[in-house]
Design a protein around this ligand. Structure first.
Ligand code: GLU
Length: 373
């Protein structure tokens, strides 16, 4: 199963699992924490995307049963988010796992600087062995600018951290060719190599309403589409079990949507294609050759720095004849890059008082297709 071999796993946990009748469902959370511990003990990194703030908050604030207005929902989210985090902390602590709250808005996944900042924080937490628990920052977003459902938010998170598997814990065990509660001929779909319009149509109709959370099957497939393009496999499975991850690894029913690329290739395509570069690094012949072979760009090979950019911004790398050879993310802001032009790596710290290593690390480099300029 894809799960056992994954390095980084994002698990989306819906409101129906976390929020029981009288507050957080501690029983389920305690069992699930054991399931997570198994992954962590195997050296896998886990990010949780947890819903439940609104569900817990509306109870806490004793809001009426009718559909809530947006301000009421936001108030409920504010009151419920702290209860939600307390529930996660209480579940994880007995297993010596530490979690950290990350609240994101759609902008954080779309505006490059914020995306990079959120990503850097997430990387730091994962390196420290902490489990980030992500939710949408419902209190600051309005209806038009919300991601709206945590299925798609979790796919954005999977893309952000370069996860190899996204697990959507649902109240159905995957996609069916028709609504299994109405149609006895409905067949379970085990593996989807590519999301076609026909498959998405299966999630349309009655199937779309499966579940009590915000997202039905349609948003799950939208999430799978985002994840697939980011190189991440999506597993849609039943969450209403004490150890849903263990269950799926041991052959319980799930729908697996394959990735259409690798996380690394998707990341490089993102650097090469969808970021507008803020500056230019002109490099000498030796550095150009190294970069073309996929090696990091060292300060020693940088001849000139153009433009104003911050650490983490995208830059174009050109040779001295002006041809574009690659794009990448600079590890130094422009002013600092200017000061270390031509220096050996060991000399950087003496000049800047710090070093971030190569100017552009090989991992953050997308080499231009031959012939482009
Ligand atoms: N962010 C919402 C909450 O915490 C949930 C959205 C969803 O369930 O998809 O209640």
């Amino acid at each position: 199963m894809d799960l056992a071999g994954a390095k980084r796993i994002v698990v989306k946990v819906g409101s129906a699992l976390v929020a029981g009748q009288d507050g957080a469902d501690r029983h389920w959370l305690a069992a699930f924490a054991g399931d997570l511990k198994r992954l962590v003990a195997r050296g896998q990194q886990v990010v949780i995307v947890s819903s439940g703030a609104v569900a817990l908050g509306r109870r806490r604030l004793a809001l009426p049963k009718r559909p809530l207005t947006l301000p009421e929902k936001q108030a409920a989210a504010a009151a419920g988010q702290s209860a939600l985090m307390r529930a996660w902390e209480e579940a994880l602590e007995p297993h010596a796992m530490t979690c950290a709250q990350i609240l994101l808005t759609r902008d954080d996944t779309e505006v490059r600087r914020r995306w990079l900042n959120a990503r850097a924080t997430m990387e730091t937490l994962l390196a420290l062995g902490v489990i980030p628990v992500v939710n949408e920052n419902d209190t600051v977003v309005t209806e038009e600018i919300r991601v709206g459902d945590n299925d798609r938010l979790s796919a954005r998170v999977a893309q952000m951290v370069g996860a190899d598997v996204l697990v959507l814990l649902s109240d159905v065990d995957g996609l069916y060719t028709a609504d299994p509660r109405r149609d006895p001929n409905a067949e379970h779909v085990g593996r989807i190599a590519r999301l076609t319009p026909e498959i998405e149509a299966m999630a349309g109709g009655a199937n779309a309403q499966a579940g009590v959370g915000t997202g039905g099957m349609a948003t799950k497939l939208q999430a799978a589409r985002i994840a697939s393009a980011a190189g991440c496999v999506t597993v849609i499975t039943m969450g209403h079990r004490p150890s849903p991850l263990w269950a799926v690894e041991h052959g319980e029913k799930a729908t697996v949507v394959e990735a259409s690329t690798t996380p690394k290739a998707a990341y490089k395509a993102w650097i090469g294609g969808s970021l507008s570069p803020a500056g230019v690094l002109v490099v000498d012949e030796g550095a150009a050759a190294a970069v073309l072979r996929g090696k990091s760009l060292l300060a020693a090979g940088v001849r000139r720095v153009e433009g104003r950019f911050d650490k983490g911004d995208a830059v174009v790398i050109r040779d001295e004849a002006g041809a574009e050879i690659a794009r990448g993310l600079s590890r130094y802001e422009a002013a600092d890059a200017v000061r270390i032009c031509g220096l050996k790596s060991e000399a950087i710290e003496g000049v800047l008082g710090y070093t971030s290593g190569p100017v552009v690390h090989a991992d953050d480099l997308a080499v231009a297709a031959l012939g482009s300029s």
